[in-house]
Design a protein around this ligand. Structure first.
Ligand code: ADP
Ligand code: ADP
Length: 240
């Protein structure tokens, strides 16, 4: 079964073409790593999938449903489309390079807010799920701390828990270990490896080639806004 299908996604900034008709189909449980030089469009591709950037053309289909959206004269989502996108985003979990946690909220508050507001969970339901996820990422004892009390690796594990709390169908990781001190990278990659083993559908932009080789079902190499090569990790990494 296909979880996400991208059909000829195009993204332009002015005249500059950043995504040039990218088509891609990701099966349920598949782990796809996206690699390529800086400026290739990897981050933009992920951001288009959950409409943090509005594609200039093409179609995004999530679990068989095409995402319909409308834009105003300057290419921004209309209000109706923005409202709709909160639902799309709840299906598409995203973890960024910079953790984007709310500083003034506790770890627990960071995790329960989305499920309560977007998914209409009761507070008790949201807390139960959050505690389960905090155990999963090994940070239950930090639930009442603030993000600034945590290391970068711990904050990133909380950001992963927060995304998982929305019960997404796919998780997108945009260079989520690039801003971490080297000794903290492993703890985040371990959580991602566990998720992959549990069957989560994942799309990962990373510079961690050894990790990409170990965890991916498929590797996509992008350059100049296009998918240049794709294949199994062995095909991509052992061919030269
Ligand atoms: P990658 O993730 O592969 O490094 P990006 O998707 O971040 O690449 O960027 C692809 C290209 O799009 C780069 O040339 C970048 O400068 C450009 N770009 C990204 N965002 C914008 C923007 N908001 N306005 C103009 N150009 C942008
Ligand atoms: P990251 O490496 O975390 O993807 P970047 O430094 O590439 O972040 O981009 C940070 C922000 O700046 C993004 O919102 C991106 O869209 C925007 N951006 C990147 N390149 C350009 C550009 N050439 N012109 C305008 N905005 C850009």
């Amino acid at each position: 079964m296909t979880t996400i299908e991208l059909k000829k996604i195009q993204k332009k900034y002015g005249e500059k073409v950043v995504l040039d008709n990218v088509s891609l189909s990701i099966k349920k449980g598949e782990v796809v790593s996206v690699i390529g030089p800086s400026g290739a469009g990897k981050s933009t591709l992920l951001r288009c999938i959950n409409f943090l950037e509005v594609p200039s053309g093409g179609e995004i289909i999530i679990e068989g449903q095409p995402i319909q959206y409308s834009v105003n004269s300057i290419g921004q989502l209309t209000l109706m489309s923005k409202i709709k996108m909160s639902k799309v985003r709840s299906k598409v979990g995203m973890v960024f390079q910079h953790f984007n946690l709310w500083k003034h909220k506790t770890v627990l508050e960071n995790i329960i807010e989305g499920p309560i507001i977007v998914k209409k969970k009761t507070k008790a339901e949201a807390i139960e799920k959050a505690d389960e996820l905090l155990n999963k990422v090994g940070l239950y004892e930090k639930r009442n701390d603030h993000p600034s009390d945590l290391s970068g690796g711990q904050q990133q594990r909380i950001a992963i828990a927060r995304a998982l709390a929305m019960e997404p169908t796919v998780m997108l990781f945009d260079e989520c270990t690039s801003a971490l001190d080297p000794e903290l990278v492993g703890e985040v990659l371990q959580i991602m490896t566990d998720l992959a083993k549990e069957g989560m559908t994942m799309m990962i932009v990373t510079h961690e080639m050894r990790f990409a080789k170990q965890v991916s079902d498929r590797v996509i190499f992008m350059e100049n806004g296009r998918i240049v090569v794709e294949g199994s990790p062995t095909q991509i990494f052992d061919s030269n």
